[in-house]
Each structure stands twice: as C-alpha cells, then as structure tokens.
Design a protein around this ligand. Structure first.
Ligand code: MTE
Ligand code: MO
Length: 436
C-alpha cells in the first residue's frame, strides 16, 4: 500500500468513527485512540525515531526483505521479550544448586507455560543425562522386574494431558504476612504444560504387582537421588511416566529424559530424571528429610501426606509487574487451578472482598490445569483492593487468610492457597497486601 492509499484509508476510518455514535457506548477504549494524527502525537510523546512504525508512516521494515528461513534452526522469543525470564529470590536459598526459580506469570497468556520459563526446583542441580544410557528399573513386589531403555519405554501406549505443576511451597513465604513484591515471586512456583508419557498403571501391569503391593517409591537419577513414596491408588490412577513436554522431549530442567507426573499433586512427587520405581507394601521413610512433606499446625502437631494442591487463584493483570497506566476500561485477568479437578467458578472483587462479581473463563476449562478468567472493569482511578476467589467442581471454595490461619495456624510453609489481594493505587501501581 502506498503512503497516499494509507493516508486515505486512515482518513476514512476516522470519519467512519465519527458516524458510528449509535454504538458508542459499546466502545472499549472510550478515551479514543483516534487514528488521524497518531504519528504526530506519538512523535510529540516519544520522539521522532520511536514513531517510525506508527501510522501514517510506513515503517522501514515494511520496505525491505526480512530474514530468511532457518536463520534460527531452533527459534527463540523476540529480543523485545527478553524481560520474560525465570528469576530467583537470592535470600531464599543458600545456593543455586539446591534452589528454586520462578515462572514469570505476569507475562503469560492462555494456559500453557512455555518450556523455557517453567519454574525450576532442584535439590542437587540439573544432571546431564545421555538418553541412551538412561534406564528405568521397576522392581520390588512385582512378578517380572524389568529394566527399560528409553526406546523400550516409547513402545508402550502413551497419552498427552495438559496439567499444572505446582510446588507446595508456592506462596509459602507469606503465611505471616505479605512479603513478595512481585507476582512472579508470590505465585510463580507454578506452571502448566502438555505432558506426554506412559500411564504408570500400564507399566505396573507389565511387571505384575503382588497382591500386597500398596506403595511405589519413585527415585530420581540426580545427585540428590530424590525419592517419593506414591500410594498405589495414584500410581494406578492418573500418574504418568512422561518423556515429553509441550510437544518436544522434556527440557533438562524438567527431568530429561524421564519424569513422573502426578496430576493435581504437589510438585515434589513429580520425580524428575526418573530411574527407579520400587513397589512395596508401605511408604518409605529411609530418607526422612525428603521422603514426605509435612504441615506444622497451630497446635504443634503436623499433618502429612497432604498431596493435593487445593483450589487456588490469583489476579495476574493488574499486578506489580503489570500496573495500570490510565483510567478506564480493562479486563482484570487471572489464573485459577485445582488439584481436585476442574475450576467451576471464579469471582473477582474490586473492594477487598466486600462484593464479588462472576468472572468469565477465557481459556479451555480442563481438570487439574490452569484456567484463565477475566472480568471487564472500568477503573475510576481510585485506590482499590483486587481479589479473586475460585471454586472447584467439588464445591471447595478458596479460603480467606482468616479461614486458612484458623485451620492451619501460621507455622506452615506448604499449601498456602488463601485469597490474594493486590492494592491498586491511584497512580496505577500495584502492591502486595493481605486481608484476613
Ligand atoms: N529428581 C528430582 N526430582 C524432583 C526434584 C529434585 O530435586 N530432584 N524437585 C521436586 C520438587 S520439590 C518440585 S516442586 C518439582 C519441580 O519441577 P520443575 O523443576 O520441573 O518445575 O520437581 C520435583 N522433582
Ligand atoms: Mo517443591
């Protein structure tokens, strides 16, 4: 299109804009982004060199050839998205080998977490495993113990599911008060991927479990030999031995070449670099410090075997990383998830939980998967307390901090799923606060 044609088009769009006043009230951006003079105003705001792409200018990249195929045999995000990164909180762990990094939730769209920004949790770093030397041994209370190569494993029937992965310590720094200044750190031990693998039930059928078999020990090939005891119900239920993530082989950080996936259950049971499954008649306690996670209750007792990640949600826009710049209409957006099944309902509050408005789902609603919700809202520029509250298909309602602390005290680290509050200031700045 020539510059003249483009100018004419812009003029006719602007004139049409003046004619359609009948549908005016359905316009989303009331303080209009009128097209005529867009470049001029952008110039005055941003300076001439930054407005080269703004109509009616024809940008330089529209006047020349772009780069050819296979200049990047394995593609990566635009350099303009370089800020979308995993990040650590340095004071949280003593080193980076036994540490955690967080998913940049504020920059996600939809429900799939791209593999390169899935949070990482290691107890002994990422091992480098050549797949041809990796084996999965299945033994214990079984009739036919086996050692499977990756090639053997991939001959079994496999399936793909979209499921969230969450460390039970997600949000665990905030039992006693708001502490994290970003969404990435308050909720970022969370991801949702498509996982492809063989049902653990299929492998257990292959080896033939004994009548008294009740538990499966899963052990990783990393230096931590991290192991977890999985009850047989789960092993024969929806547990998967997974080799692929988001359409490609697992990333090293996520357990290449093999990991256990226990949908809806705490992330520490999703043993990575999986090399051994031992069938037994009771859970293992031989590595007490890593074999199970417990929750310390208000009365000093502790609860254990709390595997399920309960229903939870958080507003992802606005959030500290995504402030509002001007007054007016927005879609408040967020994510909800439940380890017990599908999200049934999400409410959003713009007055700190006094009144609630039903949000819409803007993604597929899958069981044990992140689900995206949104609510249209006209921000008048006043200070606001924003919250979301999810309900899952079992009827479980995400608790307030008051309810959670009443049931659990404040000594826990794990399984903190309270309703989260963001304070939106008149300047559009978002901070983390707590309301009981
Ligand atoms: N072998 C092994 N598996 C492991 C771990 C580990 O350190 N070693 N960390 C666990 C913990 S505590 C969590 S929360 C998840 C994190 O998975 P991700 O790193 O793929 O996000 O992996 C689990 N599986
Ligand atoms: Mo974890």
């Amino acid at each position: 299109m020539s510059q003249r044609e483009l100018d004419n088009l812009i003029n006719s769009i602007a004139q049409a804009g003046h004619r359609v006043s009948g549908v005016e009230r359905r316009r989303f951006l009331k303080s209009g982004l009128l097209m005529v003079g867009a470049a001029a105003s952008a110039t005055s705001v941003a300076g001439a060199s930054e407005s080269v792409g703004v109509p009616p200018n024809i940008p330089p990249w529209s006047k020349r050839l772009g780069r050819g195929v296979v200049s990047h045999p394995y593609g990566s995000p635009s350099p303009h998205e370089a800020h979308v990164q995993r990040r650590t909180v340095d004071w949280l762990t003593a080193d980076r080998i036994a540490s955690i990094s967080f998913t940049p939730l504020a920059d996600l769209n939809g429900i799939i977490t791209p593999s390169g920004i899935v949070f990482e949790r290691y107890h002994a770093g990422v091992p480098e495993i050549p797949p041809d030397q990796h084996r999965l041994m299945i033994h214990g209370l079984v009739k036919r113990p086996i050692i499977l190569s990756m090639d053997d494993l991939m001959r079994f029937p496999s399936q793909s599911v979209i499921r969230f992965l969450e460390c039970p310590a997600n949000g665990g720094m905030e039992w006693r008060g708001a502490q994290m200044d970003k969404l990435q750190f308050s909720h970022g031990m969370l991801a949702c991927c498509e996982w492809t693998g063989v049902r653990l039930a299929t492998l257990l059928e292959e080896v033939g479990i004994d009548a008294n078999a009740a538990w499966v020990l899963a052990e990783g090939a990393d230096g931590a030999h991290m192991s977890r005891s999985i009850p047989m119900d789960k092993a024969l239920g929806d547990a998967l031995v997974v080799f692929a993530q988001n359409g490609e082989m697992l990333r090293p950080e996520q357990g290449y070449p093999l990991r256990l996936v226990n949908p809806g259950w705490e992330g520490n049971t999703w043993v990575k670099w999986l090399r051994r499954l031992e069938v037994g008649d009771k859970p293992w306690y031989h590595r007490e410090e890593t074999s199970k996670y417990t929750d310390l209750m208000a009365d000093g007792t502790s609860r254990e075997f709390t595997y399920v990640q309960e229903c939870n949600s958080v507003v992802t826009s606005p959030c500290p990383e995504k402030p509002f710049r001007v007054k007016g209409k927005y879609m408040i957006q967020g994510l909800a998830w439940s380890g017990r099944g599908k999200i049934k309902h999400v409410d959003v509050s713009v007055d700190g939980g006094v009144s609630w408005h039903q949000a819409q789902f803007t993604s597929q609603v899958l069981p044990k998967a992140l689900t995206r919700f949104a609510l249209e809202w006209d921000w008048d520029g006043s200070e606001t307390l924003l919250q979301s509250r999810a309900i899952d298909e079992t009827g479980y309602v995400q608790p307030t901090y008051g309810q959670l602390r009443q049931a659990r005290g404040t000594n826990s680290i794990y399984h903190k799923n309270a309703i989260h509050t963001w304070k939106l200031s008149p300047q559009g700045i978002v901070t983390n606060v707590q309301i009981s």
